[in-house]
Design a protein around this ligand. Structure first.
Ligand code: NDP
Length: 257
């Protein structure tokens, strides 16, 4: 029997970067738990496939999708305005869209730094601001930012990525501080290593996979559906007094040296 405490049935949820990967798994999980999901991404073909998957996980009803570049503040404003006009103000916002670039620090191209900061950090600021203004007027809302174990642990070749994920955790706390008076809870989920498109090269690299297994007490990569329980909890009434937190879903990785 499901508990009303964790009931998110009918809640409108926008998940950025849900055309594939973790975002699609999170959107599918929310739909399976009764939320009305709005998908987001730029790749129309991937979005079309994602809409079918999420519809099948939910009640079969058509799943809306929006398409805008999260690094473009004006595009975000226009995209969210159109979404709100059509569907209403989301009850749940999941800031998941993000990118990865790898290079040794001294070779890291400043344009790649700008791209990573824009896609992983500025994006969450732009989308959140457009959505939480409406949430504040209504007097309720949940925002979940998708961080990473790299918000806490550094690794070679990804200093900019780590910097954005650390920044996202502090953005989470700052938003939680400002938005609590509107009954908006803002939290982060920081995943460990999950086999998605973003990590394709790493998954195929035997040495890297051996490192993941050795470094993770659970001794394996995460499965994307393993993020859903934490997300549903943070988006439910069960978490009505939980805000500004960063929950690691990482098989114990950040708990050990
Ligand atoms: P993917 O590369 O598989 O998916 C990224 C998603 O973000 C796609 O839907 C893509 O949509 C969207 N996206 C990227 N840039 C933009 C943009 N400028 N505008 C709009 N949409 C954009 O990545 P993952 O699923 O692996 O990662 C998702 C999130 O989870 C990221 O924030 C990542 O940092 C985080 N994460 C992932 C981990 C993992 O192990 N995979 C571990 C820890 C954190 P489209 O291509 O259609 O535009």
């Amino acid at each position: 029997m499901s508990s009303p405490l964790f009931d998110i049935t009918g809640r409108l949820a926008l998940v950025t970067g849900s055309s594939r990967g973790l975002g699609l798994a999170l959107a599918t999980g929310l739909a399976r738990h009764g939320a009305r999901v709005v998908l987001h991404g730029r790749n129309r073909e991937a979005l079309a496939r994602a809409r079918e998957q999420v519809a099948a996980a939910g009640d079969g009803a058509e799943v809306p999708a929006v398409s805008f570049d999260v690094t473009d503040a004006a595009a975000v404003r226009d995209g969210v305005t159109a979404l709100v006009a059509e569907q209403g103000v989301p009850d749940i916002l999941v800031n998941n869209a993000g990118i990865q670039r790898r290079a040794p620090f001294n070779d890291f191209d400043p344009r790649d730094w700008d791209d990573v900061v824009a896609a992983n950090l500025s994006s969450a600021f732009y989308v959140s601001q457009q959505v939480t203004r409406g949430m504040a007027e209504r007097g309720s809302g949940k925002v979940v930012n998708i961080g990473s174990v790299q918000s806490q642990l550094a690794r070679q070749t990804i200093a900019p990525y780590s910097a954005t994920k650390g920044g996202l955790v502090m953005l989470t706390k700052g938003m939680a501080a400002d938005l609590a008076r509107f009954n908006i809870q803002v939290n982060a989920i920081s995943p460990g290593y999950f086999a998605t498109e973003m990590n394709r090269a790493l998954v195929e690299d035997e040495d890297f996979t051996r490192w993941v297994v050795d470094r993770t007490p659970a001794r394996r990569w995460g499965r994307v559906e393993e993020l859903v329980g934490t997300l549903v909890y943070l988006c439910s009434d069960a978490a009505s007094f939980v805000s500004g937190q960063n929950v690691f879903v990482d098989g114990g990785m950040t708990a050990v040296v």
